[in-house]
Design a protein around this ligand. Structure first.
Ligand code: NAP
Ligand code: F7E
Length: 391
């Protein structure tokens, strides 16, 4: 571990630490005090440590990038799987020295495992992003969704509370605009009532209130980010924007003929994920913990997104889109549009990417991906390739 030492006692300045010297740390507020043979010898500037659950997801990967660029040591919670789920992190694993990015196996279902991990890592900041995040899936898997998205938050809060008994720690909860449901207010902000319309949204409401309760009951520095939809080329392929841009790329390259979709009339406030993780970080740098809406303030329909995405590659979406009732939800949210005034005023946060720029960014990335896939599909198969000295 690399660190710089600010020695307070002048005699210590003459002391050159040797390899076998043992020293102890104690935490006082945000400072780490360094003790050598029972005597305080200085204050240590260690890199700040963050724990990110859901680090393998869309937001987790952008947040890890941001925190590493700010000099943090980043710890990520990863679910054990027989196949790697780390494709969104592979560039960071290659670029980053091992001591700056550390991945740990864990699961939001395993409370004692989470507590052990949090006490072991002693992070300064915890970002709880892990979730079963697909709204349509939550209707098919309601109990599992509630276990992870509601009780999982409680498990993380308990782990954080245990750590907070020994040292300061700050907690971010990934709350969602889905909690507003079919709101009666045209623009939703921090005081808009919740009217959840899916098992996912109900679970997120529970996580939201527990986070507020831990703040009020135990004085925990805990914030909810109420984020509206945010997308990117790293978005999961079953969310509507990415489903569309993947299809656009493949259709343009002749790898796919049509795309099956559900409700094209629903309207969402879509922003860019890379902009939104900056708001998460800003929330934990405040003096006083609060909850914030993060949104662009604009709303567009799925149809609008189709129009832009197909137009980018010179195609007409009506020629390729088919309706499939399997993608409808038992209860739908018709319109969402956020008011992020509080985030702008308190955090100095504004979105940097428009809806049009977002669509273009995603289509361009997926068109390139489709071209690469086409090239690979046309390449001779490994093993069947004729070698030079093969007769
Ligand atoms: P995502 O791409 O679906 O990523 C979800 C992450 O959670 C993945 O890393 C996943 O791991 C992990 N995870 C799922 N179940 C887990 C479990 N039982 N234990 C540990 N990890 C688990 O989601 P996202 O778009 O990045 O969203 C991040 C968070 O923000 C989520 O909580 C989501 O509900 C919330 N949110 C998202 C949006 C949005 O528009 N993107 C808006 C508001 C709120 P695997 O890789 O192993 O699956
Ligand atoms: O749906 C409609 C669908 O699945 C958007 C999550 O990140 O944001 C996300 O939840 C809209 C809905 O996102 C298809 O009915 C039409 O009205 O991309 P989505 P979502 O449900 O808004 C919130 C803020 C979160 O917190 C969530 O974690 O698009 N739609 N046809 C479709 N949606 C999908 N997935 N697939 C379709 O074929």
């Amino acid at each position: 571990m690399l660190f710089s030492l600010r020695a307070e006692d002048p005699s210590v300045r003459k002391w050159t630490p040797r390899r076998r010297d043992r020293f102890d740390f104690k935490h006082e507020n945000q400072n780490r005090l360094l003790f050598f043979r029972g005597q305080k010898v200085g204050t240590v500037d260690l890199p700040r440590r963050a724990l990110v659950t859901g680090i393998t997801g869309q937001d987790g990967s952008y947040l890890a990038e941001l925190l590493l660029s700010k000099g943090y040591q980043v710890h990520g919670l990863v679910r054990r799987s027989s196949l790697s789920s780390q494709s969104r992190l592979s560039h960071l694993c290659h670029q980053t020295r091992e001591e700056r990015l550390k991945l740990h196996y864990g699961d939001l279902a395993d409370g004692s495992g989470l507590t052990n991990l949090v006490l072991d890592i002693e992070p300064d900041e915890i970002y709880n992003l892990a979730a079963q995040s697909h709204v349509r899936t939550s209707f098919d898997k309601p109990v599992y969704t509630v276990d992870i998205d509601a009780l999982g938050v409680l498990r993380m809060l308990e782990a954080t509370r245990q750590l907070s008994k020994h040292r300061p720690v700050r907690f971010y909860q990934a709350s969602s605009s889905e909690m507003f449901g079919n709101s009666k207010e045209a623009l939703q902000n921090e005081s808009t009532p919740f009217r959840p319309r899916s098992p996912y949204a109900c679970a997120k409401v529970y996580g939201f209130h527990q986070t507020v309760n831990y703040r009020e009951a135990y004085g925990l520095f805990a914030c909810n980010g109420i984020l509206f939809n945010h997308e990117s080329p790293r978005r999961g392929e079953t969310f509507v924007t990415r489903k569309i841009t993947r299809a656009v790329g493949k259709i343009r390259e002749g790898l796919q003929k049509t795309v099956l979709l559900g409700n094209l009339d629903s309207r969402r406030d879509w922003g860019f994920a890379g902009d939104y993780v900056d708001a998460m970080w800003r929330m934990l740098q405040q003096e006083i913990p609060e909850d914030f809406v993060v949104a662009t303030g604009t709303t567009h329909s799925v149809r609008d997104f189709l129009e832009l995405a197909f137009h980018r590659v010179g195609l007409n979406w009506q020629d390729y889109v088919e309706h499939d009732p399997r993608f409808l939800r038992p209860t739908e949210i018709d319109v969402l549009q956020g008011d992020a005034t509080h985030a702008r005023q308190k955090l100095g946060w504004t979105p940097g990417t428009s809806f049009e720029q977002l669509a273009v960014m995603m289509v361009d990335a997926d068109w390139k991906l489709a071209r690469d896939e086409k090239f690979l599909a046309s390449a001779p198969r490994f093993g069947t390739q004729k070698m030079e000295n093969d007769f």
